[in-house]
Design a binder for this molecule. Structure first.
Ligand SMILES: [Zn+2]
Length: 444
């Protein structure tokens, strides 16, 4: 009996603390309208494989109406809309525009790995807001809007046109997203000088900006050869030829991996080559493989990321053709994806030093917060690559400090207090960019 009572009160105690943990977070943040709007956006599920952009667009149009920005949608592919918000600049001169870009889609979730449901935007007592997209990259989109809202309220007006671009499908390669937009007359008409796109938060404080990113190649190589008995040595068998290639690829991979592991270089500075799949064998009806038959075809797929170093694509092309999949070893190759290269086979990078006024303006905005700005090549792809291919300056920056990098991670979160600080930095950057009077064109 006693024990039972004890258990009951212990249970009640647990329940009480439980409801505390699952409570609504710190009150000051809870009541903050910027935080409320951010969490509202996070609650709209736009996860692949079937993102429904409609509710996100409705929400964002509502935001634009409140702030006083004009809107229009562009639909190059059905159900894959872009939303454009515009604040007209006051300059009489024809000054090129400022683009604030973010994508609306988010990567899928494995719900059972999350401590809170990924589309509830739960806020804990430390002000952490848990949601898929809370970092990548709904936070940035909402920073733009909160920044513009403050600037409107202040009575500030931009010299240059500001366009806020909301893109679909970035997380699945942008084939129906920016790849459609950047070649369109609608985009040309925006006449962009500078594109602000996604970057990463900095756990250690201060800020980083991506002036460029690694190019993405998905390579498939095939080896063909004589099929035959498992006991015989054939000259030029498919497996033998593939093994020679795998050795060569691995040697090259080690040369790139070692300096990263030793801390000499970052992953952004080297070629990353990782095996995605190996496919071969003569299947048996029970789902296994026949062991005493040598296969006539072997196929291997690789994810390759190239740093923006002059001549790197030509260097890799030669290596693939001559060492990894040479014709004289009955090998062939093709790319499933090969993006981010100019017509001259180079990877474009925006100039991130004082010779580029757009960099100076960014640094000036950041310095108001006694912080530093460091250029860093992004290890993965973003939509900014399309702008750079057109020769438009593009920097990827997320003005958020003291938050761990959790893009695509389980339990992705944003800290609400850091988000509020980020709004002030966003205001400063937009002010610098959109107030810049120079007749300057984009400098890549
Ligand atoms: Zn992203």
């Amino acid at each position: 009996m006693k024990l039972g009572k004890l258990r009951l009160s212990f249970f009640l105690l647990l329940c009480f603390s439980c409801s505390q943990t699952w409570g609504q977070g710190p009150e000051d943040l809870e009541d903050n309208p910027s935080i409320q709007r951010f969490r509202d956006y996070l609650r709209i599920p736009t996860a692949h494989p079937n993102p429904d952009y409609g509710p996100a667009i409705d929400f964002l149009v509502g935001q634009a109406n409140e702030i006083g920005l004009s809107t229009r949608t562009l639909e190059f592919v059905p159900k894959k809309p872009f939303l454009l918000m515009t604040w007209k600049g006051s300059s009489e001169q024809k000054l090129q525009s400022v683009i604030l870009n973010s994508h609306m889609d988010v990567v899928p979730v494995e719900e059972d790995k999350w401590i809170y449901p990924p589309f509830e935007a739960h806020m804990d007592e430390e002000g952490k807001i848990f949601a898929r997209g809370s970092q990548d990259i709904k936070a940035l989109g909402m920073l733009y809007l909160e920044g513009l809202r403050i600037l409107k309220a202040k009575g500030w007006t931009p010299l240059r046109d500001i366009h806020v671009v909301w893109a679909p499908d970035e997380e699945i390669g942008s084939t129906d997203g920016w790849e459609r937009l950047y070649n369109s007359t609608e985009f040309q008409e925006l006449d962009a000088a500078i594109v602000w796109d996604e970057g990463r938060p900095t756990p250690e404080g201060n800020y980083v900006a991506h002036p460029g990113e690694k190019a993405l190649w998905w390579l498939v190589i095939n080896a063909t050869g004589e099929s035959g008995h498992g006991s015989i040595y054939y000259e030029n068998s498919a497996s033998e030829n593939m093994f020679i290639s795998l050795n060569a690829i691995n040697t090259f991979r080690d040369s790139q991996k070692s300096p990263v592991l030793s801390g000499e270089k970052t992953i952004a500075e080297v070629v990353a080559v990782n095996s995605a799949y190996l496919k071969s064998g003569t299947p048996t009806p029970d789902g296994g493989f026949t062991i005493n038959v040598q296969p006539s075809v072997v196929e291997a797929g690789f994810d390759i990321r190239l740093p923006p170093v002059t001549g790197i694509a030509k260097f890799m092309d030669k290596r693939i053709a001559e060492e990894w999949a040479p014709k004289n070893r009955n090998m062939a190759f093709h790319f499933i994806e090969r993006s981010g290269l100019t017509k001259d086979n180079e990877i474009p990078v925006s100039i991130a030093d004082d010779s580029n006024p757009w960099w100076v303006l960014l640094r000036t905005a950041i310095s108001k917060f006694n912080a530093t700005l460091t250029p860093e090549i992004a290890p993965a792809s973003t939509d900014a690559r399309f702008a750079r291919l057109l020769g438009i300056t593009a920097f990827g920056i997320m003005p958020i400090e003291h938050v761990p990098f959790l893009f695509h991670a389980d339990n992705e979160f944003m800290n609400g207090y850091e988000f509020l600080k980020g709004i002030n930095v966003t205001v400063a950057i937009i002010d610098q960019y959109a107030s810049f009077p120079g007749p300057l064109v984009s400098a890549l």
